[in-house]
Design a protein around this ligand. Structure first.
Ligand code: SAM
Length: 202
């Protein structure tokens, strides 16, 4: 079976078809994104990447957290999603990169944190790809894996069952992160949000 996540072109096709009305489909998520960003504990002047930033819904909160002296990057491999970010005026909140997060054009350890919303299930090689995110984050830096609804609610929205092998279940996610240079420190999976926080191991 070929999964969409095995092929970046299929990921691009999938999200290109949804880019124009992505924000309109989820108009009330802003406060949930702001709350998740606050869990990163960013400080003024901090450096953060929104990995798979899509239409940039997290960028305003990330910019507010690091202030004008900070650095906010938004990376996505789907040009149409980045174009929607620009149309929404969110390119003023961060520098946009047309890039695959499995091969980031960044030096090791340059970031304080990575925020990834709705990303992990699209990664073709999660352990290897999470290791690439760890590479660009300094020791003790933070990773947030977020979704504005929990796993069960998302499965119901997609008309599928939640299976025990789900990548984001705690028993699967904890060792996955540990094998990629991250230590899971907090895990919340409730109807109104999924948020896993991890610290970059030294
Ligand atoms: C479910 S959307 C979430 C978008 C945004 N983070 C949000 O919360 O609205 C997933 C996004 O990840 C992007 N994506 C998937 N795999 C990627 C990869 N390997 N590198 C960069 N972006 C990727 C897709 O193009 C899409 O924009």
């Amino acid at each position: 079976m070929v999964r969409m996540s095995d092929d970046p072109t299929r990921v691009q096709e999938f999200f290109s078809a949804r880019a124009a009305d992505w924000d309109a489909r989820f108009p009330d998520d802003g406060p949930a994104y702001a709350a998740a960003v606050s869990a990163l504990g960013l400080r003024p002047g901090g450096r953060v990447l929104d990995a798979g930033c899509g239409t940039g819904r997290a960028l305003p909160a990330l910019r507010a957290a690091v202030g004008p002296a900070g650095s906010v990057l938004g990376a996505d491999l789907t040009p149409a999603m980045l174009a929607a970010t620009v149309r929404a005026g969110r390119d003023g909140d961060g520098q946009l990169l047309l890039a695959d997060v499995s091969r980031l054009p960044l030096r090791a350890g340059v970031l304080d944190a990575v925020f990834g919303a709705g990303l992990i299930s699209h990664l073709p090689h999660p352990e290897e790809n999470l290791r690439e995110l760890a590479r660009v984050v300094r020791p003790d830096g933070i990773l947030a894996l977020f979704h504005p609804i929990g796993r069960a609610a998302l499965a119901a929205r997609h008309g599928r069952q939640l299976t025990p092998d789900d990548l984001r279940s705690e028993p699967r996610l904890r060792p996955l992160l540990a094998g990629s240079g991250w230590r899971l420190t907090s895990y919340v999976d409730e109807d109104t949000r999924f948020l896993a926080l991890a610290v970059r191991e030294r």
